[in-house]
Design a protein around this ligand. Structure first.
Ligand code: BGC
Ligand code: ZN
Length: 367
């Protein structure tokens, strides 16, 4: 069967690879789930893997099958599988366990080991192919009613984790009643985070460069949040209007903005960084001032990556609630379909060149 792969270490090596169809007996103890891939989303991670900034092939292979945002339908299950059955729509988690205590309790997203295993990203093949098999533990059922939001499940899980982590960490306060949140970036993670925070009742400002009108601004206002173009209003100017935010989630992919946001956080607040900055940019920051404000204001900076199955389930619940609150808004994120694995060059071109492509995904197969 066909798969879209790269040769790690070689820039722009994306190609079609012929690989063997997986089978249920590859997973021990009757716990295998064979999934027919219907759609796979791609994001900046896939672009940077193709740029050879990171990503490694599984031991013994020269290629890495990419794609970590999958939506598929269960084709067959092993005799001990209880949670899904043939015909169910599913997605799959990305990180697989290493050897730390965090991996042993199902929180692979929190591994304390330097080396991590991620399907489609590092040391494990991904989902941009026709079928894959995995253990039931890593397969998450997607409700029928969310079928139209297909590849958003994985990015939503990362957004769900980021927000959940912030709230978990804020148990350090005896009461924490955040009112104002800034979301930096209106890509998929920024928009999905906007939804989650609106569902939690916050006043949400989503900041991005583009001037209005534009699609991202439409989606933000569809979610009853406020879109702010940083070309028109800087973060500092916005603070004068809203007061300092209690929570900032950075999803810009710009380390400069991630650091800048630290200067605007309110007392007892938390900044969550989610951007994966694969480059080597160096900037000057007002370090004394940030240091002072963080200490005097008991502020917290938190990094968040990946998601475990609990976060996938949280994300699915919020997508379902989001559809009730703001019907028809979320599907506007799914802007750029590409038909078939054969069109992988067009997929990469959209990722690299098309600045208006909010979400690129491949229609791999129909049911
Ligand atoms: C993926 C995460 C992953 C991270 C780091 C993101 O694009 O969505 O699942 O942990 O990259 O590799
Ligand atoms: Zn991703």
């Amino acid at each position: 069967m066909k798969a879209v792969a790269v040769t790690p270490g070689t820039p722009n090596s994306v190609h079609l690879e012929e690989i063997a169809k997986p089978s249920l007996d590859q997973i021990p103890d009757g716990l295998g789930v064979l999934v027919k891939v219907l759609k796979v989303g791609v994001d900046a991670t896939d672009r940077e893997i193709n740029d050879a900034l990171y990503g490694n092939a599984p031991t013994g292979d020269k290629h890495l099958v990419i794609g970590h945002e999958c939506f598929g339908i269960v084709e067959a299950v092993g005799e001990n599988v209880r949670r899904v059955k043939p015909g169910d729509y599913v997605t799959a988690t990305v990180r697989r366990p290493g050897g730390s205590i965090y991996d042993m309790i199902g929180t692979n997203d929190m591994t304390s080991e330097e080396e991590y295993y991620e399907r489609g990203i590092n040391l494990r093949h991904g989902y941009l192919t026709e079928y894959f098999v995995d253990e039931e533990e890593y397969i998450v059922r997607v409700p029928q009613g969310l079928k139209h939001l297909h590849v958003l499940q994985e990015p939503m899980s990362c957004a769900a984790k980021a927000v959940h982590q912030a709230y978990e960490a804020q148990h350090r306060m005896k009461v924490w009643r955040p009112q104002v949140a800034y979301v930096l970036g209106a890509g998929q993670i920024g928009l999905l985070t906007t939804l989650i925070l609106k569902l939690r009742g916050l006043e949400v400002y989503t900041l991005a460069r583009g001037e209005t009108p534009n699609l991202k601004a439409d989606i933000v206002s569809g979610l009853e949040a406020s879109y702010v173009s940083t070309r028109q209003t800087s973060m500092g100017e916005l603070v004068k209007v809203t007061g300092k935010p209690d929570l900032i989630v950075d999803a810009t992919g710009s380390s400069q903005l991630a650091f800048e946001s630290m200067q605007h956080l309110g007392h007892n607040g938390v900044v969550v960084w989610t951007g994966i900055t694969g480059g080597d940019k160096t900037i000057e920051v007002p370090s004394d001032s940030i240091n002072l404000q963080f200490v005097l204001g008991n502020k917290l900076l938190l990094g968040s990556v990946n998601a475990n199955r609990n976060h996938f389930e949280m994300g699915i619940r919020d997508l379902a609630l989001g559809e009730m609150m703001y019907p028809g808004v979320l599907e506007k994120i799914l802007t750029n379909p590409v038909d078939g694995l054969d069109n992988y060059k067009e997929m990469m071109r959209l990722l690299v060149e098309d600045k208006d492509a909010l979400k690129v995904f491949v229609n791999v197969a129909s049911e």
